[in-house]
Design a protein around this ligand. Structure first.
Ligand code: NAP
Length: 319
């Protein structure tokens, strides 16, 4: 339960963006609370190896998150495990409604709700989730030891997770809809050099096939020739990008065509005092270091906003 009902700053979401915002907010002497419905860390906690966070050669996503949390707590950031069900902007202050019915108010809010894995929406995908269909290699790879799996996608996640699965499984099919990967060059080189990975370019998956026990195969289609065929696989790992968790973004906040929140250079949305960071925010790339940097910018801008708000004669606090 939160210690107060009125804060300088409420941070919604406990991934790298939210936790970084918490660190900078506390260093700026803001009375801040971070609300997270699950365990702090967000998607990063599910990431195997992080090799591109400056200053750290290699670390598991889980361990990196623990460091973020430890760092934020060392400054006294209040972290409350509660689900936010609505964000209500106001003229004098903003509010969030929690799943337990309580309401917290603040001068400023930082939305750091991240994103989630996108689905293919093909036959057999939903029905076999947890029975061979997965969106997380770290979570489920273990169940496919010495088996054959199909990885779908051509971005960094698909390449990284295909490499991870190749270490555990017997064979990995990697199907990508184009003839060129989107993921980074270094991962492309590693994937192409891995003898256990069979790359299927210009290939889409049309169906996940299963029996009573779960996944047994997949239907594939060559996008050039139109030729269709089935392959036998024990698991299908789908990594076709993700969508921003924008359900809490209030009406009046500008978003792009894909639902990402549009902000200015301070990470401030079209509603003053309401900020968006990390994977929720429209930008060139989604990276841990970018989410952390966004958190920094939004917290510093919030501190300035809160200072002006407090100095303003129009500032009216709730009764
Ligand atoms: P992404 O970069 O958006 O890639 C999604 C991939 O899925 C693309 O190759 C896309 O194909 C394909 N795709 C999308 N919809 C599809 C559909 N309906 N059917 C078939 N294929 C489909 O997503 P991501 O790989 O999850 O990466 C997200 C962000 O996180 C990126 O900025 C990435 O760099 C970053 N990331 C970084 C690391 C790392 O640096 N260690 C690890 C993971 C993720 P097209 O290419 O044809 O569009």
């Amino acid at each position: 339960m939160a210690k107060s009902s009125f804060y300088d700053l409420i941070i919604v979401g406990g991934g790298p963006g939210g936790l970084s915002a918490g660190i900078y907010a506390k260093r700026a002497a803001l009375d801040a609370v971070l609300l997270e419905k699950g365990v702090p860390g967000g998607q990063v906690a599910l990431t195997k190896g992080v090799e591109n966070y400056p200053g750290i050669l290699e670390i598991s996503g889980f361990d990196l998150c623990e460091k973020f949390v430890e760092h934020a707590k060392s400054y006294g950031l209040e972290i409350v495990q509660q689900e936010v069900v609505a964000v209500d902007p106001g003229l004098d202050f903003h509010s969030v409604r929690l799943a337990d019915g309580s309401i917290l108010n603040a001068h400023a809010i930082i939305l750091a709700a991240g994103g989630k894995a996108r689905k293919l929406n093909i036959p057999g995908e939903n029905d076999n989730f947890g029975k061979g269909v997965s969106y997380c290699a770290t979570c489920d790879g273990f169940f496919f030891r010495d088996k054959t799996v199909l990885v779908v996608g051509g971005g960094d996640t698909a390449l990284e997770d295909a490499l991870y699965l190749a270490k555990i499984t017997r064979h990995v099919y990697l199907a990508h809809r184009r003839d060129e990967f989107r993921g980074s060059r270094i991962l492309q080189q590693r994937v192409k050099a891995d003898p256990k990975i069979e790359i299927l370019f210009n290939t889409v998956i049309t169906e996940v096939k299963s029996d009573a026990q779960g996944v047994v195969g997949a239907g594939l289609k060559d996008t050039q020739s139109g030729e269709e065929r089935d392959i036998s696989v024990d698991g299908v790992f789908i990594f076709v990008g993700f969508s921003p968790n924008n359900q809490l973004v209030p009406a009046g906040v500008k978003t792009d065509a894909n639902g990402y929140v549009t902000t200015d250079h301070k990470c401030e949305t079209t509603i003053p005092g309401l900020f968006a960071v990390g994977d929720l925010r429209q930008k060139y790339a989604n990276q841990i270091v970018i989410a952390a940097a966004d958190g920094c910018v939004a917290a510093l801008a919030s501190a300035h906003y809160v200072e002006l708000k407090k100095a303003s004669a129009e500032c009216r606090l709730p009764a």
